[in-house]
Design a protein around this ligand. Structure first.
Ligand SMILES: Nc1ncnc2c1ncn2[C@@H]1O[C@H](COP(=O)(O)OP(=O)(O)OP(=O)(O)O)[C@@H](O)[C@H]1O
Length: 457
């Protein structure tokens, strides 16, 4: 049937060609225009099919690329002619898509649908043909199905990337910085994170609420973004938590090295280059800000005027106000669905303005290893869930402070032959030493305090 219509189409095409010929003779140009309009009308009235042409510039770019993803997924299984594109930094770099003018068929509730990809004057169109009698079903349900399915396929195939800001290519003076990406393949997950289960659950719930919160944020009239402050001693899992968050949400990570950003303008430029579904990380935020504070103190001593200060700051490094603008200025709302994470080992060194609630919505303390955390590490490293030495370790963990990084280091087998018992005993030894060192330190502090009070009397 569709072949018959194709033949009719070619007859109509010939008529149109004739009309174009006639057009070159001025007296006939009016007639030829009428001829073209009426042949078009006649074809569409008589045809039992409808054709919808969707341009890549039709407005919703995301919907168009979702349709492309859906068709590419279908075409790589069904079409005879495919286009291959190579992607950078991926494990499976070859991506197959439908070739130009290639047709693939699809079915929805028993209705046959045909798609053709066409490129005209550098513009791509996806043409969809289906029986006229199913117009409502196809335009309402089928197209939505294609877009949603395309988005789901893209999410499943999405590989997480880690972006870092590095000096721009060709920038000899290192005055500009740009994002460079590599594939992110950190295996951390909330299951392997040594953290109290209640705390873990609270964080996971918070992340889920954020990820599904598009409508909620829109209703509140707030940009779809959230700030997390992770603080605690070195080796307590702040970086590991960020990796677990990225894997859980399937978001890219933008690791912002603030000390190599020349000024506020450059910071804004970097911000604009950040895509949706991302976690922006500034590690050791206290170190980056110290530079600013020290510079301010120096300027105060040099008795500079405020205008000079601003100018100098802009020529020098990112200022506190630039950073605040980065977090909650108008630019920061672009695209939405972004998380910003600050980490620090020294919470009290930070400017309260930077971490106030609303800016850093959730403050998460990562601390020394608790018994629950140890059990996760024992499972990760030794694949053991219970052991007669666990009780001794539980008691020692309550009496001393050891970071999950140190617990992990002691648990890790040092050779293929080393058994679980020996690894657990090494941990017990290390915990006992830490306990002794701690009580020695405490004794010394008490003595010093006693001496100080004695001198005061
Ligand atoms: N909570 C944890 N759960 C699982 N592994 C952990 C945890 N904390 C630390 N580790 C282990 O210790 C290593 C160092 O941890 P990580 O880099 O995440 O700590 P950090 O708090 O970010 O340290 P720093 O403040 O020095 O950057 C990790 O590679 C991981 O193997």
């Amino acid at each position: 049937m569709r072949t018959l219509w194709a033949q009719l189409g070619s007859i109509m095409g010939s008529l149109m060609f004739l009309s174009a010929m006639l057009k070159s003779f001025p007296p006939f140009s009016l007639i030829s225009d009428y001829l073209r309009v009426y042949t078009n009308r006649l074809t569409s009235r008589l045809s039992p099919y409808v054709r919808i042409s969707i341009s890549e510039y039709s407005g919703d770019r995301q919907a168009f690329s979702a349709i492309q993803t859906y068709l590419s997924d279908n075409s790589s299984r069904r079409a005879n002619r495919l286009k291959g594109n190579f992607l950078r930094n991926t494990q499976n770099p070859l991506v197959l898509t439908m070739d130009d003018d290639e047709e693939i068929s699809d079915a929805f509730h028993g209705i046959n649908i045909w798609w053709v990809s066409v490129v005209k004057s550098h513009e791509m169109f996806l043409n969809l043909t289906f029986p006229k009698c199913h117009r409502d079903l196809i335009t309402s349900q089928y197209l939505n199905h294609v877009i949603e399915e395309g988005k789901a396929i893209a999410a499943r195939k999405r590989k997480i990337k880690l972006y870092t800001n590095l000096p721009g290519r060709g920038s000899i003076l290192l005055t500009s910085t740009e994002w460079r990406d590599v594939l992110f393949e950190h295996p951390a997950s909330f299951d392997t994170l040594a953290l109290h289960p209640e705390k873990k659950e609270e964080i996971v719930k918070d992340l889920v609420k954020f990820k599904n919160g598009k409508d909620y944020y829109a209703k509140m009239g707030k940009p779809w973004k959230r700030g997390y402050l992770l603080y605690g001693p070195p080796g307590t899992g702040k970086s590991t938590m960020i990796a677990a968050m990225a894997n859980f949400l399937n978001y890219d990570i933008y690791d912002l090295e603030l000390t190599s950003v020349k000024n506020n303008m450059m910071l804004r430029k970097l911000l604009i280059g950040i895509e949706r579904k991302s976690i922006i990380v500034i590690e050791d935020i206290d170190c980056s800000l110290n530079l600013t504070e020290k510079r301010k103190e120096k300027k105060k001593k040099e008795k500079k005027k405020p205008e000079e200060e601003d100018q100098d700051d802009d020529n020098c490094k990112v200022t506190l106000s630039g950073l605040l603008n980065f977090i909650d200025g108008i630019w920061s709302a672009l695209g939405g669905e972004r998380i910003i994470v600050f980490t620090t080992n020294y919470l009290d060194k930070l400017d309260p303005a930077l971490i106030r609630r609303g800016r850093m919505d959730k403050h998460i303390e990562l601390s020394y290893c608790c018994y629950e955390g140890f059990k996760v590490l024992a499972k990760n490293y030794l694949d053991v869930e219970s052991h007669h030495l666990f009780g001794r370790i539980e008691g020692l963990l309550k009496e001393t402070e050891m970071t999950p990084a140190d617990v992990a280091e002691n648990l890790m087998p040092k050779s293929m032959e080393e058994d679980n018992e020996s690894c657990l005993k090494r941990l017990i030894e290390a915990l006992e030493m830490a306990k002794e060192a701690r009580s020695g330190k405490k004794k010394k502090e008490d003595e010093d305090e006693g001496n100080r009070q004695g001198q005061e009397i």
